[in-house]
Design a protein around this ligand. Structure first.
Ligand code: AMP
Ligand code: MG
Length: 359
């Protein structure tokens, strides 16, 4: 009974649209027994444990090698369950829930005393979400308990959007994985704090800032996200997340100038003996054809849903190709572009080349 050491990880296939009740019952029994189950959500794969069982939650931190200073998101299957984990539900939650739940929006609210401190890293607040993925929905409902679930990767690695990513990081460390194929959104949920004076985005994600603004009128961006808007970001612990093994540099600015700058930098790095990978859009493909670089396109730059969906799988593919350097372009700040930028900035630990101002 130890999800931190050797285990036979049971892998069960599940229909992502209509999960088989028998499979869900088996997984829910594992959750109720205080063990870990990795399961698909619409954003990325989560590593779930009974959120009200401190010993079960300890296993999450052990399996992921995650520092206990990093709080977990608690997943519910219905709004009615909010009161089980939140001590006070502000009025705007109703409007937000109507507009975005179930879905990729996480709300930070005052914590109920029954939630173990371990879940919230000792904070008086708890992050909650109602995911829309049918497998996540079914598993939480069948378990009958709130499920604490961070992304199902080892700490500091890229979040998993495929079951194979979960197995690569956590096989032998967790009791079960539900294989529901690729996830739908591809980047993590938007984390919105309702604690301060104004609703504040702590992490941009699957629900865009624009759609939150439509419902709330005004939404603030936390300073860590704002810093991602500027060229000079100091690599802090918070930024060292979602990182591939290769050294990542983000290129920002006019797309054709970014293309040119990435070509020049690729040539220079190759001359120095580096192995280079580029993360680009479909319309950039031709510009890199003649260079000996590993190429991953995340889709047409105006299709941000596809870009977000393919971001992590493309970063992983470049890592697997054994490159020492990844040069990545940005996709603006509109819609899902803001979440894509945030994740690229973290992968790059803040290394940005602003093509317009310092080429
Ligand atoms: P992950 O589950 O790996 O996607 O990460 C969960 C993230 O949610 C944390 O790293 C925080 O950024 C955020 N989070 C969770 N709980 C809280 C909280 N109580 N207050 C603020 N942010 C939180
Ligand atoms: Mg994570």
């Amino acid at each position: 009974m130890n999800d931190g050491s050797d285990l036979n990880t049971i892998c069960l296939r599940v229909d992502p649209r209509q999960p088989e009740p028998g499979v869900i019952r088996r997984a829910a029994a594992v959750i109720r027994a205080g063990r870990l189950v990795a399961f698909p959500t619409e954003t990325v794969y989560g590593l779930g444990a009974n959120a009200l069982d401190a010993r079960a939650v300890t296993r999450i931190f052990r399996a992921k090698e995650r520092p206990s200073s990093d709080p977990l998101i608690v997943h519910l299957s219905a709004v009615e369950d909010l009161e089980r984990v939140v001590s006070e539900v502000p009025e705007i939650v109703e409007r937000l829930a109507l507009a975005f739940w179930p879905g990729p929006l996480t709300l930070v609210l005052p914590k109920h005393p029954r939630v173990p401190d371990l879940v919230t890293a000792g904070k008086p607040t708890v992050a909650v979400r109602i995911p829309s993925h049918p497998v996540a929905q079914a598993l939480i409902a069948e378990s009958g308990v709130p499920i604490a679930a961070p992304s199902a990767n080892r700490f500091g690695q890229i979040s998993p959007t495929r079951p194979s990513h979960v197995l690569a990081d956590l096989e032998g460390r967790i009791a079960m994985i539900l294989d529901g194929g690729p996830t739908f959104v591809g980047v993590e949920s938007t984390v919105l704090s309702l604690i301060g004076e104004r609703p504040t985005i702590l992490r941009p994600g699957g629900v865009s800032r624009e759609s939150l603004t439509e419902v709330l009128g005004e939404v603030a961006l936390s300073s860590t996200v704002v810093r991602g808007d500027e060229a000079a970001v100091s690599p802090g612990t918070h930024l060292k997340h979602y990182a591939p093994d290769a050294e990542v540099t983000v290129y920002r600015g006019d797309p054709s100038e970014v293309q040119q700058a990435m070509r020049v930098a690729s040539r220079r790095l190759i001359q120095q003996g580096a192995r280079v990978g580029v993360l680009i859009a479909d319309e950039d493909l031709q510009a890199f054809q003649d260079l000996p670089v590993a190429v991953q396109s995340v889709g047409p730059s105006d299709d941000l849903e596809t870009v977000a969906q393919r971001l992590y799988v493309s970063l992983r593919a470049l890592d697997r190709a054994g490159v020492s350097h990844i040069l990545a372009r940005e996709f603006g700040t509109r819609g899902l572009g803001l979440a894509v930028r945030d994740r690229l900035m973290r992968a790059a630990s803040g290394r940005v080349v602003d093509v317009q101002s310092d080429s």
